[in-house]
Design a protein around this ligand. Sequence first.
Ligand SMILES: [Zn+2]
Length: 426
Amino acid sequence: MTGLNGERSGVHRERNCVRVIDALRHHGRASRSDLSELTGLSRTTIGTLVTDLQTRGLVVEDADGERQPGRGRPPVFLRLDRSAGVAVGIDFDHDRVRVALADLSTTVLAEDCTEIDVDHSASDAIEAAVAMVEALRIAADVDQGQLVGAGVGLPGPIDRRTGTVGSAVILPGWAGLRARDTLAQRLGLRVEVDNDANLGALAEASFGAGRGLTDIIYVRLGSGLGAGLVIGGRLHHGATGLAGEIGHVQVRADGVVCRCGNRGCLETIAAEGAIRALLRPTRGHDVTRREILGLISAGDLGATRVVNDAGQAIGRVLADLCNAVNPEAVIVGGELSDAGEPLLGGIRDAIHRYALPGAAQVVKVMHGELGERAEVLGALALVTRSTEALRSITLEKLVKSGSAVAARSTAWRPVGRKEAMHAETT
Ligand SMILES: [Zn+2]
């Protein structure tokens, strides 16, 4: 077919290719019948499009389809090849940086973690992260040109209007620094920055314990204490990025002075520093995070009690938040979440004691599934799930991989499910 009709059918085909790629980005790996369901395109159309995308090297078969007992041949799963693009995820915690590279289906290709004092020198932490990205890129045999963007997590509230840390008192070493612009310039990539608890929430909602849920509170308990809110299936940031800062809810008016300048914040009685301070007199030294977890798994009464009390204090604050937000689940992550039931039980008890019964009865208090990698996976998801930015990159890759038609399609836009039915002209 030639002329206008041929060109139109080519444009429809490219649009449908982008729909398949979008579905694989959002869903991770998927079978052909999953793709048919996700895009609204027929199985025959999906079969043709997938063969086309495989020929262009943008989609590959994933070998480990699991055989279901009595179900015969396992389905063949597909995922995006790294040639479709590679995302960078960087997670800055107070005392370490974790970096990962992943394909656009968020399959991690390479990952590394290093200890560094992030709080006090933003420039040292940024240089360390940039060096790690470069080392991982080389180790994973990824060209600089394949990198499509970076997602970055920081342990403080982020003002998304400016890409800066929104509170000078919570992360002093980063105050006034345009973190997003600085990282974008150093990495040569489009960068999106968010608060680390928000990224943990995004990751657990996308790939972890919150899969399929639309309203969750993710609590991150480690050296700091914060929460990320997913409301109606979307991350809730608030006007200046402060939503979910439960660590600075005042729970004791005459309590000790917090790093935010207030007194008696939740963080001063329930975060790692407070737990360590309570255990110091009986242990005779400053216990590490690993020791706290070891004491709890050995059944030490003092450590178990202290962590359960921390859980009760966190649950007391979460009870009010449950009344306000009415979530389906509270997902607990961060390094100290490995304390397990003493912590989770404390949170659960306080929510049941203080939240409205209608809110308390539906909320499940669960351990996160992604562990200490949740935040870096959320950072990757900032890239792989960002629809608008990746659409133009996807089209560019399609053009480079062998279609001249898409290059002439200047007015490409996403098509809805109904429209897709009419656009099936492969
Ligand atoms: Zn505070």
